[in-house]
Design a protein around this ligand. Structure first.
Ligand code: ADP
Ligand code: MG
Length: 641
């Protein structure tokens, strides 16, 4: 085939492939245009999850009639002169409108302040009509219908209307956070309306209170009650915003927001720094909540890395990271929560480096390290061990694990007499026991031959010390039990559903509307786990039954964590992956907490159950559930060998 220049329409469709991934991307581009036009009111209406209709109305500057055709043409922008490094508007590529016009029907109506009338242009499949006069107030109405009609392949990738509508809500919320002087409203037949009134006047400098009010509209009032204000400058880079105290954490990272010069970004370095700032004070499997605004000279950051402009490149990434970590740590220290001392951490790290080197490694020679923490003895090749994860000091102690504000209530356990077989055996550990004495009698020789040996004692109310023929085994009972519950939950998906426990009074859980919506979408699946929920008006679900195996737990916290998990994995990964996360979250809530005293036979039953359960050598977060110290290594420690 000979070389030809592609047609304008094809070029635009190729660009659309990158810029317009789904309806939410259209909303993002149109809302950004309205903001760039100086609007103080932006109304968004959608239908069919944005696939059939997206209409964005603003009261901004409008587009002059003689520029309307240019506005929808490729590479035409009013926002950039000659310097691509001096970007002060959200848009600058002149790409969004022509891209949208190439994959949908696009109608732009606009009227500038001095004009005697408004004008409209219409683009469909790359074909342009107008401008012609139209009645409209000052500002612009951008209307997109039949999205992706011209690219059916893309249409096939769309999720349900509900999922797309939810993604649009999230885009609007994300952008609204950094423009508190703009009133946003979002409505449509496919959703519950969202109203975000302005929290300050346009033209005024945005103060901390206005910023926090807008964030509270999006994240809820409980965030502002737990928020720490940030404000610091280093070498021309300013960081403002809020992060929450460590105990106010979430099961996913969706409650982290970052902005560079007002532009929402999803930059790995920024979120990595946020995580880093909390690494001493938050469990590995939990996520801090925060909103970070960075302001710097536009020349020091490249936002032109990707057409969607979500990734950025800093001229000095180290400076930005240092500023974020330093400012947050300082705020945490000021608030009275002291991060662990670095000295203690270094010591633990050193210990770990030689101690846990062989974790889960099949090939390591038995005696090369002092400790082996490995499930290798009985695991068949069909169940390869989970990939090694860092055994980090801050997660090593189970008491520090789920930092729920209401840890106490989550830790309460009650008898749960139900189920049969494995379910019953696992459930029995969630039952309180009065007798805390360990196995005092001499263990029978055959028990010592088991991979995890015979239980000899329970120490610090969480660690089972067991003995095999040639080693000492220490089991983290919380982690081990959590894993067993998790495995049982997973098998419930493949075989029969899990037993449920009817709540005497249904528990009502308030959730952000999108979360409630998503939970209800997955209600039939949750039912298989024994969790029965239904709608309870806007922004709430009623919980009628809980999985019997979990015993009594904090239903509110469970539902919130599940909502987080589903939100994070629903769109990103397959159903199976999401279900595994749902199972893991439930297991975490239903597990016997550290602090529960176990009888000798209970401990041995737990060990046998672990041996019978593939994958039980690591907990759901990738940490080992037990460690084993070989006798000859103990002898070496004492200089006997
Ligand atoms: P960009 O935003 O990168 O400049 P777009 O294709 O999104 O490219 O928009 C092209 C041009 O159309 C903008 O530069 C702007 O001049 C004009 N425009 C688009 N939407 C609006 C709006 N809502 N109000 C005023 N002008 C607009
Ligand atoms: Mg634009």
């Amino acid at each position: 085939m000979s070389i030809k220049l592609l047609s304008e329409t094809i070029i635009n469709q190729i660009a659309a492939g990158e810029v317009i991934e789904r309806p939410a991307s259209v909303v993002k581009e149109l809302v950004e245009n309205a903001i760039d036009a100086g609007a103080t009111r932006i109304e968004i209406v959608t239908a069919g999850g944005g696939k059939s209709l997206i209409r964005v109305t603003d009261n901004g500057s409008g587009i002059p009639a003689d520029e309307l055709r240019l506005a929808v043409s490729r590479h035409c922008t009013s926002k950039l002169t000659d310097d691509v490094h001096d970007i002060r508007a959200l848009g600058f590529r002149g790409e969004a409108l022509p891209s949208i016009g190439s994959v949908a029907r696009l109608c732009i109506k606009s009227r500038t302040a001095g004009a005697d009338s408004g004008y409209e242009v219409v683009v469909r499949g790359g074909h342009l009509e107008g401008p012609r006069p139209v009645a409209i107030n000052r500002g612009t109405i951008a209307e997109v219908s039949d999205l992706f009609f011209a690219t059916p392949a893309r249409l096939k990738f769309m999720k349900t209307d509900r999922a797309e509508a939810t993604a649009i809500t999230e885009v609007v919320k994300r952008i609204a956070i950094s423009f508190p002087y703009i009133r946003f409203s979002l409505a449509g037949t496919d959703r519950n309306p969202l109203e975000l009134p302005a929290t300050c006047n346009a033209g005024e400098t945005v103060d901390e209170a206005a910023m926090l009010d807008r964030i509270a509209q999006v994240l809820g009032n409980d965030f502002s009650e737990n928020a720490l204000a940030l404000d610091s400058v280093r070498e021309g880079v300013r960081l403002t915003g809020f992060t929450a105290i460590p105990s106010f954490n979430r099961a996913n990272s969706m409650h982290q927001f970052a902005y560079i010069n007002g532009r929402p970004v999803r930059d790995k370095q920024i979120f990595g720094a946020l995580r880093g700032a909390y690494s001493d004070v938050i469990a590995r499997d939990r996520h801090p909540v925060g909103v970070l605004f960075l302001q710097l000279d536009p020349a020091h950051v490249d936002v032109n890395v990707h057409p969607a402009k979500a990734d950025v490149r800093f001229r000095d990434p180290g400076l930005v990271r240092g500023l974020i970590v330093g400012t947050i740590r300082h705020a945490l220290a000021q608030s009275g929560i002291r991060p662990a001392t670095s000295g203690a951490q270094a010591m633990l790290k050193a210990f770990q480096a030689q101690g846990f080197e062989n974790l889960n490694s099949e090939s390591a020679p038995q005696s090369s390290g002092n400790f082996t923490a490995s499930p290798r003895h009985w695991q068949s090749a069909a169940h390869p061990p989970a990939p090694r994860q860092e055994w980090s000091p801050q997660t090593a102690h189970p008491a520090q694990r789920p930092l729920y504000p209401d840890e106490q209530s989550a830790a309460a356990f009650h008898p749960a007499g139900f189920g049969e077989g494995a379910q019953a055996t696992i459930a029995q550990f969630a039952t309180p026991s009065a007798d805390s004495r360990a196995a005092e009698t001499e263990a029978p020789a055959e028990m010592l031959r088991n991979p995890l040996g015979a239980a000899r004692a329970q120490i610090h109310a969480n660690y089972i010390v067991a003995q095999t023929e040639d080693s000492l085994v220490i089991v983290d009972q919380h982690a081990a039990h959590e894993r067993l519950v998790y495995e049982a939950l997973k098998s419930a998906l493949e075989s029969r559903p899990m037993a449920a426990q009817l709540l005497l009074i249904p528990e009502i859980v308030d959730l952000p509307e999108e979360d409630a919506e998503r939970m209800i979408c997955h209600a039939p699946t949750l039912e298989r786990f024994g969790l029965s929920i239904e709608r309870f008006g806007p922004g709430a679900v009623a919980v009628r039954e809980t999985p019997a195996m979990l015993g009594e737990m904090n239903v509110q916290q469970l539902i919130r964590d599940l909502a987080d998990e589903i939100a994070e994995h629903d769109t990103a990964n397959g159903l199976k992956n999401m279900l595994n996360h749902v199972a893991a979250t439930m297991a975490c809530h239903g597990s016997v907490r550290s602090g529960r005293r176990l009888k000798g036979e209970e401990m041995n039953a737990l060990l046998r159950q672990m041996e019978a359960t593939p994958g039980s050598g690591t907990c759901n977060h990738g940490r080992p559930t037990y460690i084993e110290l070989k006798l000859h290594d103990i002898e070496r420690l004492f200089g006997r060998r």
